[in-house]
Write a protein that binds this ligand. Sequence first.
Ligand SMILES: Nc1nc2c(c(=O)[nH]1)N[C@H]1C(S)=C(S)[C@@H](COP(=O)(O)O)O[C@H]1N2
Ligand SMILES: [Mo]
Length: 306
Amino acid sequence: MARISNSHIWKSKFKDRDVTDEGLYLNRRQIMAGAAGLGLGSIAGPALAAPEGLEPNPLEDITNYNNYYEFGTGKTDPAKYASALTTEPWTIKVDGMVDKPGDYQLEDILSQVEIEERIYRLRCVEAWSMVIPWNGFELNQLLERVGVQSGAKYVAFETATRPDEMPGLRYPVLDWPYREGLRLDEAMHPLTIMATGIYGQDILEQNGAPIRLVIPWKYGFKGIKSIVRITLQDDMPFTSWNDANAREYGFYSNVNPEVDHPRWSQATERVIGAGLFSSRRETDMFNGYGEEVASLYSGMDLKANF
Ligand SMILES: Nc1nc2c(c(=O)[nH]1)N[C@H]1C(S)=C(S)[C@@H](COP(=O)(O)O)O[C@H]1N2
Ligand SMILES: [Mo]
């Protein structure tokens, strides 16, 4: 088992797993993705334990306590309403400064990437957190495939807008569609993944089915769900939360215990699912991923560029 493992990253490439008929099972999409390059026989594996200190939350927590405002602003609204989202077929438009723009079918995208399991902390800007065992692929694999042109400096993302399926779109909480963005080097970073599964199963709609972004060192709202468009561009993208309240939500939104939200401290976080007397933990700079990502921001004033 070639695992890269330390206190806060843990990953396992499916091809390295032992074959077993029990434990973790893979969904159709992931089997397709894995089957392309790795051989079906090798895609199965036991339920795997996280390294000490990074115990994933149970699936019940991960799928019943969500932010997905297109389905309502309550934490349980997505679990109630998001199953209405039609996720097949699914097309992602890739446009802007790329060599191969086009409407890419999800199956086509997944046929040419390597799905891995990544157990990451998720830290919401609202000062709660959980640990999620994602299945997904490094975004850089897709960006390399479509051919990023030399002038591109940012990547913009858009969520689907389906008024018939998303009751929350009636309310102008945000300027829909939900939009997010990254600097190109952030998007290319190996920790940045596109997730298609959790616990080895298809990602559920409330978590951003069929495909969503995960950037573990940033506040959760950067992890845009149910992506239908990816645009390479030279200017800083429009981002929905920054547009809604630029004083409270910056473009970067790197997890930073030293930069408080104007209305609350970011020094600590409530651990979801920690029982009756839910516990708090101290928030780590870059959510604990500083060793890997701090260099992306060297020389920057992180209080000004929050
Ligand atoms: N399209 C869309 N993406 C979204 C959101 C949203 O409301 N709409 N909420 C964000 C926020 S605030 C967080 S904390 C994470 C939550 O992801 P989870 O529900 O899978 O834990 O999704 C992010 N992605
Ligand atoms: Mo969030």
